[in-house]
Design a protein around this ligand. Structure first.
Ligand code: FPP
Length: 248
């Protein structure tokens, strides 16, 4: 029996972010090439997106390709880009049917033209959808994003349109690529690694962290439900005391 019936509507995380890790190790364990793991990883993307949409989660951000991933062997980079285009082509009708809106964060100018064009088409086609927002972090890293924000803010100070005294946390948040997206409530990382790896470092300040030994290709709906149930048993204090939280 599925554990989905144990999940309550409150507190449901509004935003779940996932570091999808372990595709390569999962494939190697079975004597297969790394790309075999990425292909099965796409199935997990589909399952988890469906689960998030069904539960009524508003934002799901997937770390699909980091700035550092450009340093992988060219054949693997090409295979990942091809898988991404194929997944977008195959899944756009399902995104439409399920009212899912696609967004991206990251330095997407670095993506190959056909990958970027296909993504832009899907983003435009799904722009009016009001259910889950599926955010793909592509060519993304937090240090890239924060450096970009610092440059934008510095330019505004230099041209006199911004007073340094007016720089506050809200302005920094508004200058990040995630400006329209609430901070994640829950971060999941698969494959047993317990690191943030340059992902949403500003935005994760108060997120709950959940680590599982399962590799990404093994992480399907029930595993996602388990993470949500675990989250529902956490007490989020935002620096306050337990008594302060329970009295509000
Ligand atoms: C991590 O496993 C996974 C990635 C770097 C890429 C994830 C990409 C996909 C699942 C396919 C395309 C994505 C979408 C959104 C359709 P790893 O290769 O780092 O595994 P390892 O740590 O075992 O080497």
């Amino acid at each position: 029996m599925s554990i989905i019936s144990d999940i309550q509507q409150n507190p449901l995380p509004a935003h779940v972010a996932i570091i999808m890790d372990g595709n390569g190790r999962w494939a190697k364990r079975q004597g297969k090439e790394r790309v075999f793991g990425h292909k099965h990883g796409v199935e997990s993307v589909r399952a988890v997106t469906e689960a998030a949409a069904e539960l009524g989660i508003k934002y799901l951000t997937l770390y699909a390709f980091s700035t550092e991933n450009w340093n992988r062997p060219q054949a693997e980079v090409d295979a990942l880009m091809a898988l991404l285009v194929q997944a977008i082509e195959n899944e756009t009708p399902t995104l439409m049917k399920n009212n899912v809106r696609l967004l991206t964060i990251g330095d997407t100018g670095r993506l190959p033209d056909n990958t970027r064009n296909r993504l832009q088409q899907c983003i435009a086609q799904t722009a009016g959808n009001t259910g889950l927002s599926l955010v793909l972090a592509l060519s993304y890293s937090s240090r890239w994003e924060i450096t970009r924000a610092v440059k934008l803010i510095a330019k505004n100070v230099k041209d006199g349109s911004l007073n340094p005294e007016d720089i506050d946390e809200k302005l920094v948040s508004q200058t990040l690529t995630t400006r329209e997206i609430p901070d994640p409530d829950l971060l999941i990382r698969t494959s047993g690694e317990q690191r943030i790896s340059n992902f949403l470092m500003w935005q994760l300040a108060y997120s709950e962290l959940y680590f599982t030994e399962l590799c990404w290709p093994e992480f399907r709906k029930e595993a996602f439900y388990n993470a949500i149930l675990d989250y529902q048993n956490r007490e989020r204090r935002y620096g306050m005391t337990s008594e302060q939280i329970t009295s509000t």
